[in-house]
Design a protein around this ligand. Sequence first.
Ligand SMILES: Nc1nc2c(ncn2[C@@H]2O[C@H](COP(=O)(O)OP(=O)(O)O)[C@@H](O)[C@H]2O)c(=O)[nH]1
Ligand SMILES: [Mg+2]
Length: 262
Amino acid sequence: MTGDPAISVVIPVWNEDGRTLQELRRRIVATLEPLGQPWEVVVVSDGSDGTTKQVLEGLASDDPRVRLVCLGRRRGQETALVVGLLAAKGELICTMDCDLENRPEDLPRIVAPLLQGYDLVLGYRRHRPGCPLTRRLLSRFFNSVMNLRWAVGIHDWGCGFNAGRREMFEVLRDRLSRWTDEPLKVGFIHQATRWTQVEVTPDIRRDGDSGYSWLMLCGRGITALIRGSTVVPGQRRRIRPPRAREEAEKRSSVVVATEGTP
Ligand SMILES: Nc1nc2c(ncn2[C@@H]2O[C@H](COP(=O)(O)OP(=O)(O)O)[C@@H](O)[C@H]2O)c(=O)[nH]1
Ligand SMILES: [Mg+2]
């Protein structure tokens, strides 16, 4: 690869099925190649089993656009994301899950708003095929309490399919020495000047199981709710709902054209 890529796709991986990872790579290539822009995939695996590691090493050695970062033991999805976001070289950076629940074919859709001047795009899943009712209810509850505490109107706090401009993630640089389990989204929404949400079309996980037990999911939710984010120092406030802000600004005759200006 000559020069830096325009688009980076950051993917945290923990113990994923080999065929799924092969298919993920094939579909990412098929989606990004037609865009005619240089791209890269940054895979961050921490403490994955031998088989997963072997498949990932194979993918990285077959294609120089796939870079693999391995951490010694399981550090969690958020830490893997921080490491991947900092390793990414693209101007536009997407994050996605590795289990094909996020469709690689949605990548152009999630990147598009960045080309129109947004600096953060949050994916959301309206329907979650194959997701058990109890988990859907838990996620609905989590979205409501997160919106009450941190920001109003975020459709899907748990969606891993997001994108942002490179500058958005520079704030993470001095945090690299600390492992984190905090929800990065809260910090990024605070940080963004223009953000928007894009619906993505999730698929059913075909192989393997979720890396999260119920206990872990609840733990993540509670951490997110209480801690919010220390990624952007001093940003501990709740973000105002875009519509309320728009109305307030209209009243003071300032025109606001975008959703999600915090
Ligand atoms: N690197 C890393 N990735 C993880 C970890 N836990 C989950 N992931 C990844 O995060 C994404 C979402 O995880 P998944 O188990 O599918 O969670 P679910 O979709 O919420 O059930 C997948 O790409 C996982 O491989 C972890 O501890 N480390
Ligand atoms: Mg999943």
